[in-house]
Design a protein around this ligand. Sequence first.
Ligand SMILES: *Cc1c(COP(=O)(O)O)cnc(C)c1O
Length: 468
Amino acid sequence: MTVPPARDPLDAALDAARRHLAALPERPVRPVKSAHEAGAQLPPELPRGVSDPAAVIDSLADVVEGGLLLTGSPRFFGWVVGGTLPVALAADWLVSAWDSVGGVSAAGPALARLEDQAGRWLLDLLGLPALSSFGFTTGCQTAHLTALATARHELLCRRGVDVERAGLRGAPAIRVLAAEDRHVTVDIALRYLGIGSDALTPLPSDVQGRVAPEAFAQALSRDPDAPTIVLAQAGNIHSGAFEDFPRICTVAHHAGAWVHVDGAFGLWASASESLRHLTAGVGQADSWATDAHKVLNTPYDCGFVACALPEAHRAAMSGTGSYVAFDVAERDANAWVPEYSRRARAIPVWAALRALGRSGVDDLVTGLHERARQFAELLAGQPGVEVLNDVVFNQVLVRFDGSDDLTRSVIEKAQNDGVLWLGGSVWRDQVVARISVCNHATTAADVERSADALLAAARQAMDVQTAT
Ligand SMILES: *Cc1c(COP(=O)(O)O)cnc(C)c1O
């Protein structure tokens, strides 16, 4: 009797991945399997002995099948998530296969060189100073942590405090000026850094979600000696609006403040010729945080941080102490980010950029904006439908029948229907549906189909309301 050769678990994974990706465009976007149902498919206990690896992969794919909100669907508009470019996914698989300690160049000289090139390409595409230092983080959360640690280092160093050695004992309190509607990850980073979220002075923003440079100037003049971080947004989390970077940087730098930019998705406007005006002057800031796993459509997880002061960046993040002379040719990735051992997460970025080139990235970013505009045009002016923001980038805010309840019920109906998925939020004290276009695979036909489904849900909700 001959034993059949064991199936390779890599083949099982490739098959399962292909099945998933092929079905993605036509699946209901919402999950169709609950956590409870998935749990019922799991072995009740830790198995006593070994199992066939390929069979384990098959059953893993089976358990997850249906149990995902399909954020990779071309009709997912719920949060700024983004799909995955096949070339980036393939590179990500190789990163796992190499299983290299991505943090130190000695472990992977070739990987270090690729990360270096990916970082320089990003600085170029994002309109940031070519001599900035950079790091590839798990996401924008960790990018904020890194940038704000660098700001903390520099602001306190200028006041004679070595925060890496002494901690915050005896240091003057750092103050942070930021828009009242900012991403929560900024507050979380401040908590981790011992600056505390109480250090935040929230500033009011205008009808589109921009803080006026004068508001920053006024707040700065209130306590001119306090070490201060000014947070500007490239892409308001709701409206997608961009702040006036040249003027904000001028007033902040005049007052000796550090300017950090949350550009998780919006910083990518710099890579589009037709949208570049939105980020004009952004390069005058001191640090920037963004994501590759959103607009660039690489798989999770990959964020990017850049700093205009490499020495401060390195002093804040590296384990080797302040101001050690460093040799760029021997760049160790882990000197610029919080992680020590880490996956070589810059490699999928390199592959995506290498495949798209400058024009491909421009088309990707510009395409997201065009789809968002199309969405807004299909919705605006329909009975009872109001688009609340200028669609400058990829975000569309919609309200139905001027009513919180009705807007909530339209969102719920659309989610259950499954053609698209979008989320709700609160904007200017009103419930809104928030549409984020972030997937390279979203076509004009997807937007048409989604707008139709959303308008049908709105008609149903309004009919129910009239009937009751
Ligand atoms: C998504 C997002 C973040 C957080 O990014 P993660 O990659 O999830 O850590 C921060 N700021 C803005 C504006 C975002 O959209």
